[in-house]
Design a protein around this ligand. Structure first.
Ligand SMILES: C[S@@+](CC[C@H](N)C(=O)[O-])C[C@H]1O[C@@H](n2cnc3c(N)ncnc32)[C@H](O)[C@@H]1O
Length: 203
């Protein structure tokens, strides 16, 4: 019962559990920092985050680099948290937050240098369609950056409900990226979270 509530709130945090879940997301600040080893954010002008959660990633990158970030999340609780956390960047016109489901959302024609998503892939049912949509949002040579726990890590995690999380093998995500037009795909294991990976692909 608790497992299911926790998992549902990891997928889509509610107002009631948003603050409790926050502790889980706090640990993910490290992931955003580690991502800077693989991507030179000085070279990025426009970025897009799918599932920004409480907005730690946006705050991290915007406070260190000059880029602009748009993002979408379908949790109203997270939308409000991310907005509060990044208000100064929103006022500077550097951050635009959308509230909605990325899978159904019609975005404008804007193109991005990078689309990144951390800890989201487990909730996406149609990953082919998902990758195609991301590809269409990228500039030529634009980058997709995915952070995900490997299947072994998720399978051993007794706190999550497997009816909420889809356990994808990292190789399955890599082949889906290739199939849908991404090139030069690289897989880097996190040095902090063993068995979790950064996947990078180029349009
Ligand atoms: C596990 S949290 C990860 C948050 C953040 N990326 C991190 O790593 O700390 C997943 C987030 O993605 C959002 N999310 C999941 N599926 C989504 C979708 N299809 N469209 C928009 N947001 C989604 C949830 O609302 C939640 O805030």
């Amino acid at each position: 019962m608790f497992k299911k509530i926790l998992s549902k709130n990891l997928r889509k945090p509610s107002f009631l559990f948003g603050n409790i879940i926050q502790n889980v997301f706090d640990a993910n600040i490290t992931v955003y920092e580690e991502s800077e080893k693989y991507i030179d954010f000085n070279k990025i002008e426009n970025a897009f985050e799918i599932g920004y959660g409480p907005g730690y990633g946006i705050r991290n990158y915007c406070s260190k680099y000059k880029l602009k970030i748009d993002g979408i999340d379908f949790s109203k609780a997270m939308y409000f948290q991310a907005k509060k956390r990044n208000l100064c960047f929103i006022k500077q016109d550097r951050v635009k937050l959308f509230y909605g489901d990325f899978e159904n959302y019609t975005l404008n024609e804007k193109k991005y240098d990078i689309v990144y998503l951390f800890n989201i892939i487990y909730f996406i049912k149609d990953i082919d369609l998902f990758m195609t949509k991301i590809l269409s949002m990228l500039n030529e040579n634009g980058v997709i950056l995915i952070f995900m726990d490997g299947a072994d890590v998720l399978a051993k995690n007794n706190n999550i409900d497997k009816s909420v999380f889809i356990i994808y093998e990292v190789e399955k995500i890599i082949s889906t990226l290739q199939k849908n037009g991404f090139k030069n795909i690289k897989k880097n294991e996190s040095t902090v979270f063993k068995g979790s990976f950064f996947l990078i692909g180029i349009k």
